[in-house]
Structure formats: structure tokens, C-alpha cells
Design a protein around this ligand. Structure first.
Ligand code: PLP
Length: 388
């Protein structure tokens, strides 16, 4: 690690200097296949020509003005996001954590407007919502909180995919303002809940007049086979947060509201210097254009099913494997034992993968990968798992 960089990441000793599609090149000219896409960010692959052109054109026209003025590209992007999600309006931020901060503020305002002095947000164990103080408190993992007390109040946790646990929290507390939940838990290992889990949370939140807030930061923008993962449940949340793939690598976050969550953040109550600036919005607009034109969510759905079948076939006799699971191109192979060392082993084979939650090989490849690239990923990862 560089002596002038705070060592918040145990980075691998490789320095990438160029990317194209599903490939990266290091500073020695070695080529790597990327099955992680910058942690679900570069869903259109690296250096996508149309996104690069949109960024370049915008940089040569106007990069930033601040939200003190109307921003044409921001308006266009808000229209597009609302059209695709069915939501009503958008606050633009620069990251996932910031998008969730906006959601948390909306939940608190919603609670206060109902006369609740200390509104609570129900979050889930094993969730991940970011690294700011509020979002790490929402996060259901004690490790990320160590040494950062005092933490903000107002967050309680329930087991994921456990409806009785949520019902019991509603019985115990009369000050719940919102439920904040990922449609699939990404960071803790691609935990896919029961098909009707989100529908039941939608029902419960209506029954108790609180907000359903979906963190679609990792699942959104086509990765799971629809623009938002929750669209496969046929539900609309009150708040949806997005980031990651929205800018294909240009930092952007978005907090969308609808229904009873609309209109709670008013002038002066929230803001961001950079949020929704012309450069980030131009990148996101071109990402969405390509995503729609090239039908990449459908591609994610088909290829995800194919990769799942491919892994199951290759690993059918492998005793270390608990399960292969996926939703679109959010894929995990769960092993019986911890397997973090597979990341470095894959790197030696010039493949980028990730291990989440200790014993899940997690794959989040670009949605643009070819069948042949998908086959290479299956072959290399399966061999590594078999040798584990
Ligand atoms: C579901 C989810 N929410 C929030 C975040 C935080 O996003 P960011 O790192 O952009 O702040 C992440 C990042 O991994 C995430 O996966």
C-alpha cells in the first residue's frame, strides 16, 4: 500500500492502467478477465465507447455549475429514472452511501410528520448500506461499526428473509417509520430471499403506515434481469436508492421517492455540491440508453441462467459446494468453508473475482460479456473451487 494512502483497503498488488469491455490490463501489459466489474459498477464493460464519448462531450461542454441553477441533463436523467422505475422524483448524490443518507433523512421526516419524536428504521442483519455514520449503523454487521461509537440512534435490526421477525418488531415498537432492505443482500454473499419476501414487506409497511425503502444500489440498473430487482415482484417501494452501475464508473447516486415519501426533502433540508452535475448525469443518461437499446437486463437474465447451469454442471461432484445461486448476473457459489484465498488464486490465473461473506465466491461480471467470456469464467472458477 502506498504510504500516503490511508490503508482502508487490503488492495491486491496489481495496478490496472487500461480497460476495454470485460478486460483490464496491468502496468506490465498483462491482460485480465474481469468478473467483478469494479464491484457491480462497470456493467457496460470498461471504456464503453458511447459512455466515453458522452463523458468527453460533456466535459468539453460543461462539467459543473452546482444545484443553484437548473441542470438540463439532470432533468433528463430524473425523467428517465422515474419513467423506468415508476417513482415520482429523485435526489442526486455521488455514491451509494449518500443516496441511503437521503433515504434515512426522508424516513425521519416521514416519522416526524406523523408525530413520532424518535422514528425507528428497521434494517436487516447481514445487510450493507455504506460507510457513513448513519449508513454503517443501518448496516447489519458489527465489524463495520467497531471503534466508531457513538453511533446515531434510530436503527433496529431483524433477520433477513424473516417476516415473523419484522411482525414482532412492529408489535414491540410504535415508532417505526421505515423498513430499509436490499432486494438481494450483495456484500454478505448474494443472499436471495423468498420470492414473496418483498411483497410481504410491502404489505406490512402499508399495514403499519411506514415507508418501504429498497436499497437497489447493487441490484439496480439491469443486473438482476430487470431495471430494478423489485420490479420482478411487481411492487413499487416508497423510496429506492441506486448508485454503482448508474454511471458505469462515474460517481453518481440517486434516491428516488414516490407516494407518501414524496416531497419530504424540501429546499434547504438536504443538498450536495456535486450531486447530479452535468458530467455525472451525461454519463448515466448514456448508460441507460445503451442498457435499453442493447436489452442488457434481458441478457443478464439469460446469461445468468446459463452460467448457473454451467457451474452446476461443472461442480456437480464437488463436495465443497453448498449451492450455486443467482439472479441475473449476480452470482454466488457458496462453499462449505472460507475461501478468501481464491481471490488471489484467480488473480494468478488473470481473472478478477470476489469472495463475500467468507465462503461465497461472488461474481458480478459486466452485462456485456460474451458467451465465450462467460464460459472462461465458469471454467477457471470451477477449477479453482475443485482444487480448493
Ligand atoms: C447494497 C449496497 N448499499 C450501499 C452501498 C454503498 O455504496 P457506496 O460504496 O457507493 O457508498 C453498497 C456498496 O457496496 C451496496 O452494495
Amino acid at each position: 500500500m502506498h504510504k500516503h494512502i490511508m490503508p482502508t483497503y487490503a488492495s491486491l498488488p496489481v495496478r490496472f492502467v487500461k480497460g476495454k469491455g470485460a478486460y483490464l490490463w496491468d502496468d506490465e501489459g498483462q491482460q485480465y478477465l474481469d468478473a467483478l466489474a469494479g464491484i457491480a459498477v462497470c456493467s457496460l464493460g470498461h471504456s464503453h465507447p458511447e459512455v466515453a464519448a458522452a463523458i468527453s462531450e460533456q466535459a468539453n461542454t460543461l462539467t459543473h455549475t452546482s444545484n443553484l441553477y437548473y441542470i438540463d441533463k439532470q432533468e433528463k436523467l430524473a425523467n428517465k429514472l422515474c419513467e423506468l422505475s415508476g417513482m415520482n422524483d429523485v435526489f442526486f448524490a455521488n455514491s451509494g452511501a449518500e443516496a441511503n443518507e437521503a433515504a434515512i433523512k426522508i424516513a425521519r421526516r416521514f416519522g416526524h410528520n406523523k408525530g413520532i419524536d424518535e422514528p425507528l428504521i428497521i434494517c436487516m442483519h447481514n445487510s450493507f448500506h455504506g460507510r457513513t455514520l448513519a449508513t454503517l449503523t443501518a448496516t447489519g454487521n458489527d465489524k463495520v461499526k467497531e471503534g466508531f461509537a457513538p453511533l446515531p440512534a434510530g436503527f433496529i435490526h431483524a433477520n433477513y428473509n424473516d417476516i415473523p421477525a419484522i411482525e414482532s418488531l412492529f408489535e414491540q415498537h410504535n415508532n417505526i417509520a421505515a423498513i430499509l432492505v436490499e432486494p438481494i443482500q450483495g456484500e454478505s454473499g448474494v443472499n436471495i430471499p423468498a420470492d414473496d419476501y418483498l411483497n410481504k414487506l410491502r404489505d406490512l409497511s402499508e399495514q403499519h403506515d411506514c415507508l418501504l425503502m429498497l436499497d437497489e444500489i447493487q441490484t439496480g440498473v439491469g443486473r438482476t434481469g430487470s431495471f430494478l430487482a423489485s420490479q420482478q415482484n411487481g411492487i413499487k417501494a416508497d423510496v429506492v436508492t441506486m448508485a454503482k452501475a448508474l454511471g458505469n464508473g462515474v460517481p453518481i447516486g440517486a434516491c428516488l421517492s414516490s407516494g407518501k415519501a414524496t416531497g419530504l426533502l424540501t429546499a434547504g433540508s438536504h443538498g450536495s455540491t456535486f450531486g447530479g452535475n452535468p458530467l455525472a448525469c451525461a454519463a448515466a443518461l448514456s448508460v441507460i440508453e445503451v442498457l435499453q437499446r442493447d436489452q442488457l437486463s434481458q441478457r443478464a437474465l439469460q446469461l445468468g441462467a446459463k452460467m448457473n447451469a454451467g457451474f452446476k454442471q461443472k461442480l456437480q461432484h464437488c463436495e465443497h459446494v453448498v449451492e450455486v445461486r443467482n439472479k441475473g448476473l449476480m452470482i454466488a457459489i457458496e462453499l462449505k468453508t472460507p475461501c478468501t484465498e481464491l481471490v488471489a488464486k484467480a488473480l494468478e490465473q488473470k481473472l478478477l473475482i470476489n469472495v463475500a461473506g467468507g465462503n461465497n465466491v461472488r461474481l458480478l461480471p459486466p452485462l456485456t460479456i460474451t458467451d465465450a467470456e462467460a464460459t472462461s469464467i465458469i471454467d477457471i472458477v470451477s477449477d479453482l473451487i475443485i482444487a480448493h
